[in-house]
Design a protein around this ligand. Sequence first.
Ligand SMILES: [Zn+2]
Length: 354
Amino acid sequence: MESPPPDRCGYTWNGGHIYYTPQTYQSCCYRETLPDTDRCVWHADPDDTEKKTIEMLRETRESWIGSVSQSNFREILDGANVSDINFEEGFPFNRTALRQTDFQNANLTGANFREADLSGANLQGADLTGANFYRANLTGANLQGADLTKANIQDANLTGANLGQADLTSSNLITSELTSVHLQEANLTNANVQESDFSGSDLRDVNLSRSEVIRSKLQHTDLRGSVFQGTLLDHTDFSNADLRGAEFTDVKSVNSDFEGVIINGAEQFREAVNRTNELKKRVIIGGILGLITSVSIAALVASNAVSSPLTEEQIAIVISFIFLVFYGWLGGKIAELSTAIESIKEVIGNGSEG
Ligand SMILES: [Zn+2]
């Protein structure tokens, strides 16, 4: 590449970056340099300039029309340094290349990172409350201690990211890829965790209270000391997870897989068993009440105490049909609950052996 004119930034982002994607190529920055450094407002080292202000950042963006036709991005800001910047609410970074960009401790409340590439970016300690990461690439990004309260992280790729101590309260993690992620001490209270893949992740001391964990993969995860309080576990795969010291209180578990889990302190599971037993009891009582009601109605009709336009044969068919549907459903429910109880008991069995 020829060297750029002296009034142009010339920052070249390393295309040989470890998170290689088909869009990875070298990009050379043609933005104007700031008066006090040889870099543009996005790439200048904050220590070298007084001019790195939000106004300048915004203006540069608005006036700059780059050659982005060669990629899927609307703008290339790879390797930018915008740590500690106070971006205004809802700042647009959608479909922007932000690979290895430094956003450390920046205020990015409500920022739009939809379909942005933030692989290897540094977002440590950033305020990302309500930010939108829909379909964003956060592979290997550092989000340690970031505030992601109410963030939309749906369909995003966070493989290998660091989310240690991050606040993910009420966040949306539907169908997001969270394999080999570091989530130690992260707060996922009230989070929406549907069809998310956490396989092989470090979830030690994570708080998943009141969250909905539906059809998600937690296999081979380290969940030691994690808290599941009032959590809904529906078809959650815990196979081969380490659950030692995990707290399961008031958990609603439906068809979850606890095969091969490692637990001590199985006491927490007893509550889950009791709750499931309680549900089973209610279903049986409901069944008996239903049976008494149906028999009473049948008896009343048969004794002609209630006049009916139907023949006795038709009444018999209708009642048989109702019985069939009701007891079919009841049988299914009881079988489901029995399986749940057995799987939990098995877990306790494994725990007391280990
Ligand atoms: Zn630049």
